[in-house]
Every structure is written in C-alpha cells, then in structure tokens.
Write a protein that binds this ligand. Structure first.
Ligand code: CAA
Ligand code: NAD
Length: 293
C-alpha cells in the first residue's frame, strides 16, 4: 500500500499547514472544514503561505501551481471516504475528535489509516472510538507546519508495525523528521514545552517582569526564536488552555494546571495571533503587549 490520497479534517492553523506540506510533496489532498466561510479562510491561509515560500525562494511558481492543483476543498466528510490516510486537525476537544472518528469509521473503507494531530489527548482514547485501532496513529506536527521539521509519531499498543512503517515513511516523504513517542498525554515535546509556557504566565501573574521583558529574556538570554508569551499567542490561547486542562486532568501535577490569567484572557475572547489579540495586540505593528491588570 502507498499513501497517495490524503484527507485532512480541519483547515485552521495546523490543518492548512498539513495540507500545504502534503500537496507540495506530491499527495492529492482533500480538506474538510465545517462551513464554506471557514474553508475559504483556510484556502487563503494555504495560498498566502505558498506565496510567501515563493517569495523566500523555497518554492518555484511552477511547484506552487502544481501543489495548489492537487488540493480539493469540501464541507462534506463523505468526500474523504476514499483517502489512504486521514489526518485530523480539528479543535483540541476529546469528545469532538472521538465523535468525528466514529463518523469517519463508518464512511471509510477498512484500509484507510486514521491519524490525529492532537497536542495532548491520548491517541488510544480516539482509536477506541473506532473499529480500526490497528490502523490508528498519532501524527503530531509543529507550528508553523511548513517550517518546523519535526513530527512526533505516536503508536498505541494496538497500532500495527505496518501502519507505523507506512506512516513514518510518509512523514519522511513530506520532508519531515519523525521521532517516536509513547502514547502519553503531551508525547515528548509538549511534556517539556507546555509547563515552560505556563510558567511564563505564572511569572507574569506574580509580577516578576513585564510581557516584553519575559519574552526578551528568553530570546536574548537563551537564543529562543520567540519568547514564551509570544509563543502562547502563536499557538492560540484557546488551544493552549485546552491542552493545559487535558494534561492537568491526566497527571494532576501543578505544572500542567491552567494559570488563572490564561483563563481570563480566554474569557475575553482573545485567542492570540489568530484573533488579533492575546498577550499582545497583533493588529498593530510590533506587536504591542496589552495591559493585563
Ligand atoms: N514554506 C516554507 N518555508 C517558509 C515558509 C513557508 N510557507 N514561511 C517561512 N519559511 C522559511 C523562511 O524562508 C525562513 O527560512 P530561512 O531561515 O532559510 O531563510 C524560515 O522559514 C523562517 O521564516 P521567517 O524568516 O519569515 O520567520 P522568522 O525567522 O521570524 O521565524 C518562526 C518564524 C519560524 C515561527 C520562528 O519564530 C520560530 O521558530 N518560532 C518558534 C516556533 C515554535 O516553537 N513552534 C512550536 C510551537 S508548539 C507546537 O507546535 C506544538 C503544540 O502542540 C502546541
Ligand atoms: P484552529 O482553531 O486554528 O483550527 C481548528 C479548525 O478545525 C477550525 O477551523 C474549526 O472550524 C475546524 N473544525 C472543528 N470541527 C471540525 C470538524 N468536525 N470538521 C472539520 N473541521 C472542523 O486550531 P489548530 O491550532 O489548527 O489546532 C488543531 C489541532 O492541532 C488541535 O488538536 C491542536 O491541539 C493541534 N496542534 C496545534 C498546534 C498549535 O500550535 N496551534 C500545534 C500542534 C498541534
């Protein structure tokens, strides 16, 4: 079996990046969003990202046009039924993901492999909602997908060697580097990264330093490409809050617990860079840190 037809569910920050890298490497991709408006926004994100890659001389115009021609857009889940591999990248909600996989399980032929891009939900929980736990795996991409080279490949006790090998080969074909992680909430990277981001918010709550000084500290002091609070906005306040809640529920360790300030920012509907405001105001040149008390 070869992976040629790829289905992607969700065309937000991550789904759009996954569509882009799969199409650029030669796969035929069908992506599903819940409404024509969201599908249009996802399509725009893919087109802008590829245009940026052309501008930066990472892609030729011919490669861009060929990749764009390999992408189909739909709001119908049934259109993904003939995929070899389906990668789910919808909201970080265990119920929403399990119910989606339950539906896909009925629609797809037995040979389709299912993968989730979840940041924190144990893969086994979703695999158990289907009758194909042997062909179910975690594929954790990193944001921004076209730039970040890592993919965590997460197998459960039921994932077969054949599924694992096929999917690991696919990860390399799309130009990424796979690492293997056990099926524990947070896999490898988020077990380390999420407490770091949450600790930066706790520093801010304690008044240790300002938003920009905490970020500048980690950029100039430790050579990080962006500070932890910028990274929170970049990941998405809603997504980070859900990840934190899921990891805290799993481990009951304080370092994963959602800081109150994160909940307050979420309550104000500030979702980070994608909505224009989070710890920073992204609508203005800079970006500019927002007052938080
Ligand atoms: N396709 C291909 N390449 C692209 C591209 C695209 N669409 N867009 C940009 N690039 C390339 C650029 O050409 C550039 O390459 P060179 O260095 O060879 O010139 C490189 O990507 C960086 O792009 P920019 O110069 O435009 O941007 P930057 O230098 O400001 O870096 C950044 C931006 C890559 C986002 C950087 O700030 C960074 O690495 N930040 C940290 C990101 C991070 O930590 N991600 C993980 C988030 S956590 C997660 O994902 C897990 C989870 O579950 C929450
Ligand atoms: P996002 O909010 O940008 O996008 C999620 C998209 O899924 C939305 O556009 C929404 O309309 C769509 N959606 C919801 N239900 C759907 C359904 N049933 N069918 C089709 N589309 C549906 O979120 P995101 O940042 O792209 O995160 C998606 C997943 O990737 C989450 O599981 C998240 O934890 C994970 N992830 C996120 C990051 C990150 O940095 N943001 C990094 C790695 C993994």
């Amino acid at each position: 079996m070869e992976i040629d037809k790829v289905g992607v569910v969700g065309c937000g920050l991550m789904g759009s990046g996954i569509v882009e890298v799969a199409a650029k490497s030669g796969s035929r991709v069908m992506v599903r969003e819940t409404s024509p408006e969201l599908l249009g926004l996802g399509r725009l994100r893919i087109e802008q990202s590829m245009a940026r890659a052309v501008e930066k001389e990472k892609l030729t115009v011919q490669e861009q046009d060929a990749a764009l021609a390999r992408i189909s857009y739909t709001t119908e889940l049934a259109d993904l039924a003939r995929s070899d591999l389906i990668i789910e990248a919808i909201v970080e909600d265990p119920e929403a993901k399990s119910s989606l996989f339950r539906e896909l399980d009925k629609l797809c032929s037995g040979r389709t492999i299912f993968a989730s891009n979840t940041s924190s939900i144990p893969i086994t929980e979703m695999a158990a909602a289907t009758a194909r736990a042997d062909r179910f795996i975690g594929l954790h991409f990193f944001n921004p997908v076209p730039v970040m080279r890592l993919v965590e490949v997460v197998r459960t006790i039921a994932t077969t060697d054949e599924t694992f090998e096929l999917v690991s080969d696919f990860v390399q074909i799309i130009g990424k580097v796979p690492i293997t992680a056990k099926d524990n909430s947070g896999f490898v990277v988020n077990l380390l990264l999420v407490p770091f981001m949450l600790d930066a918010i706790r520093q801010l709550e304690r008044g240790v330093a300002s938003v920009s000084d905490i970020d500048t500290g980690m950029v100039l002091g430790c050579g990080h490409p962006m500070g932890p609070l910028t990274l929170c906005d970049f990941v998405g306040i809603d997504t980070l809050l859900r990840i934190s809640e899921i990891m805290y529920e799993e481990y009951h360790e304080e370092r994963y617990s959602p800081p109150p300030l994160l909940k307050r920012i979420m309550a104000m509907g500030r979702l980070g860079k994608k909505s224009g405001q989070g710890f920073y105001d992204w609508n203005r040149e800079g970006p500019i840190p927002l007052p938080l008390h």
